[in-house]
Design a protein around this ligand. Structure first.
Ligand SMILES: [Zn+2]
Length: 830
């Protein structure tokens, strides 16, 4: 079964990949559809918290049915989510999900924006969310986006009036939107974006409601709908050959890392919007009483007179017949007073000129990555496959420097190829890596240079401007320089051209735990970002640590070549935490970045530069016992972490759980959500209980309360709940100070609960048999104390321990107190 599902996934990736990064080459009917969009002067902004929150059905309706300029503002990049397609988490997952949103928008036709807020993990309500997000900064970003995008209508995905009913980020996104709506028109609020983009007053604010927010279909049917507007979102678009529901599903299916593949639907569908601010529109027309024709703009009437009739007289047989009319409109659009619409409409019009004219222009770099200030070759292709009379006048860089100016005619269907040399210069930012990862931010906020805030990705750094002459009009077209190659299986593959450092280095082990004073060898990998580079690599370390040797020299001959070096690292006496960082000295500069690569078929290939570092922790830790048996659950890195403190860990096949097989182990640890995901455990409880009865120790990590493979997963009764403590800084009360779990071999104190990450724990039991002893009490602000995070019971000669504490997060993050406590759990029977 599993294999089949996986294969289907793979096939999907391949079919999508062929077209994913390639330039769009629209058919005549798609060109017609784009012309309809050109003639609509109006915008809509959709606002929610995460990639995949957005209702692609409504977004596609706004783009493809209404033809509005539509964008989705996702407050975060979804860094805190899960990843079903690979090992990337946190920042790298945020990069993947950013690109998945861009792929979704490429499918449904919308645009994409973000704020600087970091998806730091689950929060129960918006108050908790705003403890991590700097509210004024996130609000400032929302206000800036509205002033820049100037939407006529704004649609919230979530209800701002029901905190606690969904993820805190969700409610917070709606609250921010409501607050922003009230201040965007006030120049005295958030003055910087008012200066940069002007103030703006959207006409209406809606909440995109549905039965889900009412608890059930029945309740929704009975609800008061006086303030509701309903729109038909099930139309079929013959020009695209798809229904709105089918486009929405193709778009939603881009959220592959979240497993959100979706099957298209056909037939009538209704979306409901509750009016929150502004007047309720008549006739269920979201843009009612908003002029969305060319006459909206000063000087627009004449443009409309030229462009509107093209829809009526569109030639599906030969769109190049429209070229003279488009060129007639071009100077009028270029002279529009309204700079906002001028930019949008000029971009759309220029694309239509190329598409209708059958003109193809492309700039392809000789390699996929370059360094700053490097001369590199670019191959130019230009061809005219339509009726127009076109010549290529020049190719320039974006600073206006001429790179080629041998004006040449483009005769019908005759390809022109020539090579130019481009210098990459020193751009800002210097490299094409995701801009929000260039500097360290806080737990809740990314750091970003002001000019880039809100942008979905770092703009392409290398562009060229083609000047094409049509009879007597010269039109400039700016194109990203790209890289492409032929793959024997996939065919033509496109990649962004990247600007990357001359050399990078990395520490392959991201967390190094020292449980004794013995030195350990630490590997550093140096990678050449250009041919023929040499230099020295050093390892920076925290105070008190010793690294030998001071530096090692390297010499690499080809870009992409790597070499591994070993440094001897000796920890100090006593407990100590910090970071090892690589420093590479080459060509008179210091390099301190690591290169990570994101390579999936449905999104662009991407190199990500991260700080090159590894956490080191010397932990004062004692342990008893040596051999741990591990039964895997949904997957966690606990076995690797236990090996780092000197345990020998063996994985136990759930089909082979018997008293005999368990007997050699000092303790058995059960992986996270094992009782949700491993059906064999339903038949293993007798053997596990017998093992404890005979003197063994079992540590069971968290399971979700719903969907258990067996209700009896403990020797005594134990009931799971949805209690969780999401604040990693919350106070911990010691309920059983004398219990061995807190005393041997390590004395646990408050200090051991410092430095925890993301949360304390989840799905704590809320009822248990009297044989259990609760060890710790904790709660989030304003909630009653939970006592079920760590429970221990003596059973026969051994111990059964159930814990919802998030050891699966804390150990891989190198949290010393979590290691010391976990060692006590494993040592209790010894
Ligand atoms: Zn969400």
């Amino acid at each position: 079964m599993h294999k089949l599902v996986f294969l289907r996934f793979l096939l999907l990736f391949i079919t999508v990949s062929i077209s994913a990064q390639a330039p769009k080459k629209p058919t005549a009917s798609e060109i017609y559809h784009n012309l309809q969009k050109l003639n609509f002067i109006g915008s809509a902004l959709y606002i929610a918290a995460h990639p995949d929150d957005e209702n692609t059905r409504l977004i596609s309706y706004l783009v493809n049915d209404v033809h509005a300029n539509t964008a989705y503002l996702s407050i975060t990049r979804g860094d805190g989510g899960q990843n079903l397609i690979g090992p990337e988490l946190r920042e790298l997952l945020g990069v993947i999900r950013t690109q998945e949103l861009l792929a979704a928008r490429k499918t449904d036709g919308g645009e994409q924006f973000f704020t600087r807020a970091n998806d730091f993990g689950y929060s129960k309500n918006p108050e908790e969310t705003f403890e991590f997000w700097t509210k004024n900064e996130v609000l400032s970003d929302v206000v800036m986006t509205i002033r820049k995008f100037k939407p006529d209508i704004i649609v919230n995905r979530f209800d701002h009036r029901s905190p606690g009913s969904t993820h805190g980020h969700h409610t917070a996104s709606a609250m921010l939107s409501v607050e922003a709506f009230d201040v965007v028109g006030d120049a005295s609020k958030f003055t910087k974006s008012a200066e940069n983009f002007g103030v703006w007053k959207p006409k209406r604010l809606f909440f995109n409601t549905s039965w889900w927010f009412y608890g059930s279909q029945e309740k929704f049917e009975k609800a008061d709908k006086t303030n509701h507007v309903s729109v038909e979102t099930g139309n079929f678009f013959p020009a695209l050959g798809l229904s709105n529901g089918e486009i929405a599903s193709l778009s939603r299916s881009m959220h592959k890392s979240q497993g959100f593949g979706s099957t298209g639907s056909r037939g009538s569908e209704t979306e409901y919007l509750e009016i929150l601010k502004g007047s309720k529109p008549a006739d269920n027309n979201l843009f009612e009483s908003i002029n969305t024709s060319w006459t909206r703009l000063e000087g627009g009437e004449k443009i409309g007179e030229i462009l509107n009739p093209l829809e009526e007289n569109f030639s599906f047989k030969d769109p190049s017949q429209m070229l003279p009319q488009l060129l007639k409109a071009y100077p009028l659009v270029s002279n529009l007073k309204d700079a906002h619409w001028r930019n949008i409409k000029l971009k759309q019009l220029k694309q239509l000129i190329l598409d209708c004219g059958g003109i193809f222009i492309e700039a392809v770099a000789e390699k996929n990555a370059i360094n700053p200030n490097e001369d590199f070759k670019v191959n130019i292709e230009a061809i005219n496959r339509g009726d127009g009379i076109v010549s290529i006048q020049s190719v320039k860089n974006t600073k206006g420097k001429t790179l080629w100016d041998t004006a040449e005619n483009l005769p019908f269907n005759e390809k022109k190829n020539f090579e130019i040399t481009v210098n990459s210069g020193n751009n800002t930012p210097l490299y094409s890596s995701p801009y929000w990862l260039n500097e360290k931010g806080s737990v809740g906020m990314y750091a970003a240079p002001e000019a880039l805030i809100g942008l979905p990705e770092t703009p392409a750094l290398e562009k060229v401007v083609f000047e094409l002459q049509f009879e007597n009009i010269t039109v400039p077209f700016t194109k990203n320089v790209i890289y492409k190659y032929n793959d024997p299986v996939k065919g033509e593959v496109y990649r962004p051209l990247e600007v990357l450092p001359e050399v990078t280095a990395s520490l392959p082990e991201k967390v190094l735990i020292f449980a004794s004073n013995e030195p350990e060898d630490v590997s550093v990998i140096v990678r050449a970002g250009k041919d023929a580079i040499s230099g020295n690599v050093r390892l920076q370390h925290p105070d008190g640590w010793i690294v030998e040797p001071l530096q090692q020299s390297f010499q690499l001959t080809r870009a992409g070549e790597t070499k591994t070096f070993k440094f001897k690292v000796t920890p100090p006496q006593g407990q100590s935490e910090g970071y090892l960082k690589t420093n590479v000295l080459a060509e008179g500069k210091t390099f301190n970045k690591e290169l990570a690569v994101i390579d999936y078929e449905h999104i662009p290939y991407q190199s990500v530069l991260l700080p090159s570092e590894a956490k080191v922790a010397k932990i004062d830790i004692q342990k008893k016992g040596e051999n741990i048996g591990y039964i895997n659950g949904a997957g966690d890195a606990i076995p690797e972490s236990l090996k780092q403190i000197g345990y020998s860990v063996s994985t136990i096949d759930p089909l082979n759980i018997s008293a005999e097989n368990l007997q050699p182990f000092d303790a058995i640890v059960i992986g996270i959500r094992a009782y949700n995901t491993v059906p064999e455990l339903a038949f293993a409880q007798t053997a596990l209980n017998n093992y404890v009865e005979n003197g063994g120790t079992i540590v069971v990590q968290y399971n979700t309360s719903r969907g258990l493979v067996s209700e009896s997963f403990a020797p005594y009764s134990l009931q799971l709940s949805r209690d969780r403590v999401t604040d990693e800084f919350s106070e911990v009360e010691i309920l059983a100070p004398e219990n061995p779990l807190l005393n041997t071999p390590n004395k646990i104190t408050q200090k051991d609960f410092e430095g925890w990450v993301q949360e304390r724990g989840l799905y704590f039991p809320d009822k248990w048999a009297k044989e259990f002893t609760p060890i710790l009490g904790m709660n989030d602000t304003g909630e009653v104390q939970t006592k079920g995070s760590l429970l221990v019971a003596k059973y026969g000669k051994g111990y059964y321990i159930y814990t919802g504490l998030s050891f699966f997060r804390e150990l891989p993050a190198g949290v010393p107190g979590a290691y010391r406590l976990f060692a006590n759990l494993l040592s209790i029977g010894k």
